[in-house]
Design a protein around this ligand. Sequence first.
Ligand SMILES: *Cc1c(COP(=O)(O)O)cnc(C)c1O
Length: 225
Amino acid sequence: MRLNNTEKTLSGSLADIRARIGFAQGLSPLASPNVTLLGASKSQPAAVIEEAINSGVCDFGENRVQEAAEKWPALRTAHPQVRLHLIGALQSNKAQQAVDLFDVIQTVDRKNLVDALVVAMAKSGKRPECYIQVNTGHEPQKAGVLPSEAAELIRYCRQQNLPLTGLMCVPPEDDVPAPHFALLRSLAIANDISGLSMGMSGDFEEAIRMGATCVRVGRILFGER
Ligand SMILES: *Cc1c(COP(=O)(O)O)cnc(C)c1O
């Protein structure tokens, strides 16, 4: 059931979003030629996710390890091409489960989690790509490393041989997002990191104009939760 637009099918919404992505890419010299559209599928039932897969969405993000463990093993067996990303906070004691379930872990934000992931990867032989989440808004309740501590955490990941490929942020809800995207971009450039996961339903075009390589959309693809 989609509540945002009673007329629109998921594949219609997807076509709109893809068109908007393409248009935003054309508007800025900073835009990446390759932008991954990630469907933020928290609280979406398997049947809706399946519809998105059949419409051509290849990347999905889940917020909770437990929810992903319930929904995704069957979906993955049926659709082995899909890439599953963790986009919610990860407790160290769930690192092994996360390594076993996800292709990309976007929310690495502290050294003890890096340690737990390194151990888990050694155990399973699986090496999901990792992104560091940066708390660009310095919000005390939010996950993510502070911008001033990002370089040190990046160094630590590399020293520990974690497969670090990107940075991710979730700007404060009532802030203008552009400065947060610009900050994340500058941290990526300064530290020689190519992946930039930023932008959600309300601001993904802005994020693309600032160089996003992955945008995470929930509501405008699936409808209101
Ligand atoms: C839910 C969620 C999204 C998608 O948000 P929408 O506003 O529904 O597009 C993106 N990123 C994270 C980390 C989320 O939790």
